[in-house]
Design a protein around this ligand. Structure first.
Ligand SMILES: [Zn+2]
Length: 154
C-alpha cells in the first residue's frame, strides 16, 4: 500500500493517523478529522492522497458537525433579533421565506436554510433596526419593460 510521493519524489506515502488535522468541508469551512482516521500521507512533504471512499467516510463524519455549526449560527442570530424586540414572522417576511421557516430550520437535522439567507439573518442580528424597513412583504405590479408601476405592502 505504501508508495513514493508523486509531489516531492522523496517521501513514502503511507496510511497515517494524527492529531489536529482539518479538512475543507465547503467553501468557507474546514472541519476536524478524527485523530485515529488514517489518510495516505507523505512522510516527507505531508501531501495527502485520498480515495473516494476515504472522502465519503470523512464527509459522513463531518456532515453532522457542519449542521451543528449552521444551527448554532441560526440560533445565535435569532436570539439577538428576538432580544431586539422583533418576532419570527417579521424575520420571515424580511427574508421572503415561507411562514414557519425559522422554526423548521431549527428542527431539521440538516437545515435547508441557504447560506445567503443565513448571512442576511446575521446582518439583521447585527443591525436589528433595519428590520423596520424590510418587515413588510411587498408585492409589485410591473409594466412591459419590467419597471415598477405599483407596489403594495402586505
Ligand atoms: Zn511528498
Amino acid at each position: 500500500m505504501n508508495f513514493h510521493c508523486g509531489m516531492c519524489k522523496n517521501g513514502i506515502v503511507k496510511p497515517t493517523k494524527g492529531e489536529g488535522r482539518h479538512l475543507r468541508y465547503c467553501a468557507f469551512t474546514s472541519i476536524p478529522i478524527p485523530d485515529d482516521f488514517e489518510i495516505l500521507t507523505c512522510d516527507c512533504c505531508g501531501e495527502t492522497y485520498t480515495s473516494l471512499k476515504t472522502e465519503e467516510d470523512l464527509h459522513d463524519f463531518q456532515t453532522p458537525i457542519y449542521f451543528k455549526y449552521i444551527k448554532n449560527r441560526i440560533q445565535k442570530a435569532l436570539d439577538s433579533i428576538l432580544k431586539a424586540g422583533h418576532d419570527t414572522v417579521t424575520i420571515e417576511k424580511s427574508l421572503r421565506v415561507a411562514r414557519g421557516s425559522v422554526k423548521k430550520w431549527l428542527k431539521q437535522k440538516e437545515p435547508t436554510i441557504k447560506e445567503a439567507e443565513l448571512r442576511l439573518l446575521e446582518v439583521y442580528a447585527e443591525h436589528p433596526e433595519i428590520l423596520e424597513k424590510y418587515k413588510f412583504q411587498k408585492t409589485f405590479k410591473l409594466d412591459l419593460e419590467g419597471r415598477i408601476v405599483e407596489e403594495n405592502k402586505t
